[in-house]
Design a protein around this ligand. Structure first.
Ligand SMILES: *Cc1c(COP(=O)(O)O)cnc(C)c1O
Length: 401
């Protein structure tokens, strides 16, 4: 369950303040912005101190694979924002997801995974987990009965993204967590699309939250990073030893970039959502796109009511189905402002054709089951002037017609 004293509740600060002020302690230099400790190891004052720190009798930095103050500050800020007791940073979002599987699953165990998860997560489930003797069942994200029916005596973990990328399908998190907890199963949520600013899964009952910090947390498309947040004891018992020994740790440089990103995350998410709402309503009003624009905030979205209940706003991804791969490609090629890239969560508006890029490695059946049609285009709406974004989309639609 959620935190054993996350910074925000502890101090009563709101999101924007928490993002800026968590970890205010300074070094003897009295710097105002937190420093970058780009050092692989740390000196000991004496052989005795080295012995005591290694023995765990004294707290202190040892070696940056598992203790670095810059990485620790990033972890502390994420934990505070998610309302978690603790967080462990990783080299990328996929490292966070892989570590979660490796930390909480053993040979003979069973995991239930949403059918609509990030492409590499599906690839890990299909290859690494099976090779390690971990049974995997994939279910439709929003189908609570399917999750329940998939449970076996060996089930240890539920893993999902909500909303899912790129279909924006959602699951009732509180209801799913009740099903899991009745059977002693942990729930891990990939919260990349929402960030803690829009959705806090631990408050809804989830045990673990994983992030690709590469996306909105950086927000400026610079570095890779990941993080796992949850209860301190659980992370220290299961995740930290694995990370310490396997070394999929976050670089201090990336941690520094990422916590500077966190400082403006609440502000950026508001603008991302403002712009995305405008884009969704604008596109949905075009007669030829009627019923073809996916956005949880649109009145015709079948799960709008759930989104209102468990998310603070509707997010910044808008998807549209242009009917065919040819038209989708022509539309992307017709964009002058929005950039074609596989990324999302950048301050610039990005466009992707999932079926031929991020989800190309899935089988046709998997793509179909995940709702990724040939005409589907994913837009990650950025922070530009809204008029410029709308004009670019309109012109690309005209050009691709
Ligand atoms: C990008 C992404 C990941 C993987 O993160 P990396 O930092 O690229 O390893 C996982 N889940 C979601 C939802 C993502 O968008």
């Amino acid at each position: 369950m959620a935190g054993d004293g996350g910074g925000m509740e502890g101090r009563g600060w709101g999101m924007a303040t928490t993002a800026l002020h968590t970890g205010r302690e300074t070094t003897p230099e009295r710097e105002n912005s937190p420093p970058l400790f780009l050092t692989s190891s740390f000196r000991f004052e004496s052989a005795e101190q080295a012995r005591a720190i290694f023995a765990g009798e004294e707290e202190g930095n040892l070696y940056s694979r598992f203790t670095n103050p810059t990485v620790a500050l990033f972890e502390e800020r994420v934990a505070a924002l998610e309302g978690a007791g603790h967080a462990v940073a990783t080299a990328s979002g996929m490292a966070a997801i892989t570590m979660t599987f490796l930390a909480y699953l053993s040979a003979g165990d069973h995991v239930v995974i949403s059918r609509s998860v990030f492409g590499s997560t599906t690839n890990i489930a299909n290859s690494l987990l099976k090779r390690m003797g971990i049974a995997v069942t994939r279910v439709a994200l929003s189908d609570l009965a399917a999750w329940e029916a998939a449970i076996t005596p060996a089930t240890r973990l539920f893993f999902l993204e909500t909303p899912a990328n790129p279909t924006l399908e959602m699951v009732d998190l509180a209801a799913l967590c009740r099903i899991a907890h009745d059977r002693g199963i942990r729930v891990a949520v990939d919260n990349v699309l929402c960030t803690p600013c829009l959705q806090r899964p631990l408050e809804l009952g989830a045990d673990l939250v994983v992030h690709s910090a590469t996306k909105y947390m950086d927000g400026q498309g610079r570095v890779l990073g990941g993080v796992i947040a949850g209860e301190r004891k659980s992370l220290m018992d299961h995740v930290y030893p694995l990370l310490r020994n396997t070394g999929s740790s976050l670089s201090p440089f990336n941690a520094w970039v990422l916590f500077k990103g966190l400082e403006t995350l609440p502000l950026r998410m508001e603008r991302h959502c403002d712009n995305a709402e405008r884009v969704a309503f604008h596109l949905a009003a075009r007669p030829e796109l009627s019923g073809r624009v996916l956005y949880p905030g649109l009145p015709d979205h079948p799960q709008r009511e759930l989104a209102v209940r468990q998310m603070r706003r509707f997010g910044a991804l808008v998807c549209l189905d242009l009917g065919s791969r040819q038209r989708a490609h022509r539309f992307l090629d017709g964009l002058r402002l929005a950039i074609i890239t596989a990324n999302l969560g950048d301050c610039r508006t990005l466009s992707t054709h999932p079926a031929t890029t991020t989800h190309a490695k899935l089988t046709d059946a998997e793509r179909q089951a995940s709702g990724i049609t040939e005409g589907l285009v994913r837009l990650s709406i950025g922070l530009e002037e809204i008029g410029d974004i709308l004009a670019d989309l309109d012109e690309a639609l005209e050009r691709s017609a």
